[in-house]
Design a protein around this ligand. Structure first.
Ligand SMILES: O=P(O)(O)O[C@H]1O[C@H](CO)[C@@H](O)[C@H]1O
Length: 328
């Protein structure tokens, strides 16, 4: 019997790290025992994620229901949390550290608008040298802490010419460029305690939450600054070339960044409801120009995020209030 609970009954076994059921059919992803498994999904076995989640729920005395990932310069989303219990990433067992400016590197657990929440003030990016499974590992920790809703936020460059700096794009879909290149946070043997081997990603972004956010934008008087669109994640850390931006636009991408997609994939794999938005911190040039001020830079990204944090905080807190009021 398989000790990881992933085989279908007696006789199930692991060959290498692949899981075989009693008929010998593989439920993991390895083609044969002589193939060295990709370390991706094996980096954090279920039990390790469980230990981290226990550390947080016992340390905070809470089982949060909503998880928030703060984008670059949007750490103030976590500052709204009441009675916060703060966990520095370096003190959480087996947690990576944040290396990017604007990502403080701490987990904040508490209440917001009556709901129990946990927020990551600092996310992990592929370009920091972390594999995607490591970047999105905290989403699985959230799941085992009890989180049902993931709120993922990011700073992004606007490719859609209708977008202005400071606008908010509610994500209704994504183009996973890292996936096009054969990379996924779910790569490697699958542990069905998290989710299925082949998760569907249509309708990943919860329509009810998008509609509620649009209504909230109207109530806030910022409807002309709210859009619904498609986000794409590139590996970074370099910003995009003009040719890449033109290609993304032709593919129907409205905003581009270097995060979020792998977190959403991981969240949908374990059946969390997802709400995500991009704060447009810069307009992406799609024509060649010598003007230095048209080049994307992280200082501008941070400055715009700081300027727009109030609107982003209000949108998030109002939406959480609605979720909490609908089912306390
Ligand atoms: O996606 P977040 O973490 O908000 O940050 C965005 O801003 C940084 C570039 O300025 C990149 O990390 C990009 O992904």
């Amino acid at each position: 019997m398989c000790s990881r609970d992933c085989c279908s009954g007696p006789g199930g076994s692991h060959r290498g790290n692949a899981c075989t059921d009693k008929k010998g059919a593989k439920s993991g992803s390895l083609a044969g025992e002589k193939i060295i498994p990709t370390p991706q999904s094996l980096l954090y076995p279920y039990e390790v994620i469980e230990e981290i989640a226990d550390f947080i729920t016992k340390g905070s005395g809470m089982r949060p229901r909503i998880g928030i990932i703060c984008g670059s310069g949007l750490g103030s989303l976590a500052d709204m949390i009441q009675d916060p219990k703060i966990f520095e990433y370096e003190k959480i067992p087996n947690f990576p550290v944040s290396t990017v400016e604007g990502h403080a590197g701490r987990l904040v657990v508490g209440t917001l608008e009556g709901a129990t929440v946990m927020a990551m003030q600092g996310r992990f990016h592929f370009y920091e040298g972390y594999p995607l499974a490591k970047c999105s590992m905290p989403v699985r920790v959230m799941k085992l802490c009890g989180v049902e809703y993931l709120f993922a936020t990011n700073a992004a460059g606007g490719i859609n010419p209708r977008f202005a700096v400071g606008d908010i794009m509610l994500m209704h879909d994504h183009v996973n460029m890292l996936g096009f290149a054969g990379n996924s946070p779910l790569q490697g043997p699958n542990d069905p305690r998290f989710g299925p081997r082949f998760p569907a990603l249509v309708n990943s972004y919860n329509k009810d939450l998008i509609n509620k956010a649009i209504e909230i934008g109207k109530a806030m008087g910022i409807e002309s600054n709210i859009h619904v669109g498609v986000y794409s994640c590139l590996g970074g850390p370099n910003y995009e070339t003009i040719a890449e931006l033109k290609a993304l636009r032709m593919m129907g991408v409205d905003a581009v960044g270097m995060s979020t997609v792998h977190e959403v994939i991981t969240a949908r794999h374990c059946d969390m409801k997802v709400f995500a938005f991009s704060l447009i911190t810069n307009k992406c040039a799609t024509e060649y120009s010598d003007k230095k001020d048209e080049e994307a830079n992280h200082e501008e990204v941070m400055a715009v995020a700081k300027n727009r944090q109030k609107a982003c905080c209000e949108l998030v807190s109002r939406l959480i209030r609605e979720i909490h009021m609908a089912s306390p």
